[in-house]
Structure formats: structure tokens, C-alpha cells
Design a protein around this ligand. Structure first.
Ligand SMILES: [Zn+2]
Length: 240
């Protein structure tokens, strides 16, 4: 099991650690700051440093409780037992954090306004844009823009974003902590549930990395909408 330092401190850029395993899939560390692909957030890239030499990590994924650091071509110089430093590509990660928090904010706006009669069913984060999938029959580009406007109004209030932990029973008693069936099933299977809270606005069970304050998100700007069928509309936005 990898000690996932990014869960409690999204702002950690580097960490001293030890290689516990190198296999055909990649490198496993005792502890890491690398976020593995999941929940719509891409895996981190960056470097493993050993004796002053830098080894590029191109992507990060999860395998059970382990975080796998991938190299484009495996390097025989790295092996189990090595003392190393791991360092993420911070600019890219920070962009992912801003977009991830922005997506929670959009979800909150939709969830808190029953008039929208819709649900967010998925999302994908990129370094320079994000996609949000809406199950909302009457969603138009104009309505999407007004949802983003409401999100921008909340950013103006400068709310904090915090990570909290709840027991499964506590988590199940909080309404709307997970808004989709797979999310609710996941909570039921966990002993401890990590929750990302936008103070006074929103709580979602989540494993991603987020900014500390909404002011870091910037301003959401509508990019385009794709109609993927009656109950699937994809909205793309950027951050200014
Ligand atoms: Zn999330």
C-alpha cells in the first residue's frame, strides 16, 4: 500500500521516499505526492530523483492500494530499496486542482437549485479545459452559461475548500454526499470516507486534489456544448 500524501496536502510538490517495487507496470513507492488517474482527474507526471539524476515519470495510475509511477521506457538504474525524491509537474497539477474544484462548484450550483432539474453524471479534467456531462433534458448553451455565472458568483465570496473524513455511517447520513448510484455504492463499501467541502456550500465524497480557496479557481468561461442525446449534454469550460 502506498502512503498517498496528496490526500491530505494537495500542495506537496516533492517528497523523499523509497522504492518498494519495480515491476513491468512501473515503480511503486513507500509514499508519494503523485496523484494517480481517477475520478476524472488525470494522473500526475514529473520526476523521480536518485543521486542527483532525474528519471521522468510520464503518468500515474492506481492498482488496488498501490500508486504506479510509469516511465516511457523502464530504467534499470531504479530498483527496490532505492532512496529517492519524487517531484510532480506542479503547474500541470495545480491546473488540475483548479479545474477539479471548479467542477465541484458547478455540481453544487446544480444540486442547490432544484429548478435546474438535472444532475451531473461525469466529468473530465484536462490541463487547459474541462468537460462536464449533464443529465438535463432542457440544458441549452444559455442555461449552461447561467450555471457558470452562478458558480462565478460563489467564487467572488472566497469560500474555503477543506478535506474532512467521516465514518461510513456518518457519511451515509449526509444527504447528497454522492449524487450518482456508483458513488453511493462506493461510500457503502468504505470504512472511512474522504469528503471535500466547499465551506457552507457543498460536500462531496471525493479522492481528488483541490485548491484551498475558491479564489484560486479563477473565472469559469463557457467554451462549447455537445449534444450527446436527450440525457447527455457535454459542456466544456476554461478557467481565466
Ligand atoms: Zn471530485
Amino acid at each position: 500500500m502506498t502512503d498517498k500524501k496528496y490526500l491530505d496536502d494537495s500542495y506537496l510538490k516533492e517528497l523523499n521516499s523509497v522504492i518498494t517495487e519495480v515491476n513491468e507496470n512501473g515503480i511503486i513507492l513507500e509514499s508519494t505526492v503523485f496523484y494517480p488517474r481517477g475520478g476524472g482527474q488525470p494522473g500526475d507526471s514529473g520526476f523521480i530523483l536518485k543521486n542527483g539524476k532525474m528519471f521522468k515519470i510520464s503518468d500515474t495510475t492506481k492498482d488496488g492500494d498501490a500508486v504506479i509511477h510509469h516511465q516511457e521506457s523502464p530504467d534499470p538504474e531504479l530498483s527496490a530499496g532505492d532512496t529517492i525524491k519524487c517531484q510532480i509537474d506542479w503547474d500541470k497539477r495545480y491546473a488540475h486542482m483548479r479545474y477539479h474544484t471548479a467542477i465541484h462548484l458547478i455540481d453544487a450550483v446544480v444540486n442547490l437549485n432544484p429548478g435546474y432539474r438535472g444532475l451531473i453524471t461525469g466529468s473530465q479534467i484536462y490541463e487547459d479545459r474541462s468537460r462536464v456531462d449533464f443529465s438535463m433534458e432542457d440544458l441549452s448553451a444559455d442555461l449552461a452559461i447561467s450555471i457558470l455565472d452562478r458558480a462565478n458568483e460563489e467564487i467572488e465570496k472566497g469560500r474555503n475548500v477543506e478535506v474532512r473524513y467521516f465514518s461510513r455511517d456518518e457519511a451515509l447520513s449526509i444527504p447528497n454526499l454522492a449524487r450518482t448510484k456508483p458513488g453511493r455504492e462506493l461510500i457503502s463499501s468504505l470504512e472511512t470516507v474522504r469528503v471535500v467541502e466547499i465551506t457552507g456550500l457543498d460536500m462531496q465524497a471525493d479522492g481528488g486534489t483541490h485548491v484551498k480557496n475558491l479564489s484560486e479557481v479563477g473565472k469559469l468561461k463557457f467554451a462549447k456544448m455537445e449534444n450527446k442525446g436527450k440525457n447527455n449534454k457535454r459542456v466544456y469550460f476554461t478557467l481565466e
